[in-house]
Design a protein around this ligand. Sequence first.
Ligand code: FES
Length: 118
Amino acid sequence: MHGWLGHESEVHDGWVTVAELSDLAESQPHGADVLGHPVVLVRLGDEVHAVDGYCPHRGMPLTDGKMAGTAIACIWHGFEYDVRSGELVWPEAGGCLQVPVYVTRIVEGSVEVRVRLA
Ligand code: FES
């Protein structure tokens, strides 16, 4: 399942609306496009976390990842990243890999991601 594609005209003060909170199931990865870049949204309670859509291990999509607590597990080789911080939680010997995280906010039921335009 993927969210809608953003356009530069849809950036308001550095924020892009990417989903409606009510459309996000608890602890279920939800793929979304932010200005053409894939991100994965994960709702944990009243908060929504956003991580990059590409796994930093080998660059495969994280959008099909499975949640284990607060971590998303990449289906390709099983690496797990905490969606709150982006930190690698498995394997322990995985070095300093980290998936980028994006700042989010919820405004009147809409989930917004902060972006920077070049
Ligand atoms: S590409 Fe994600 S764990 Fe290898």
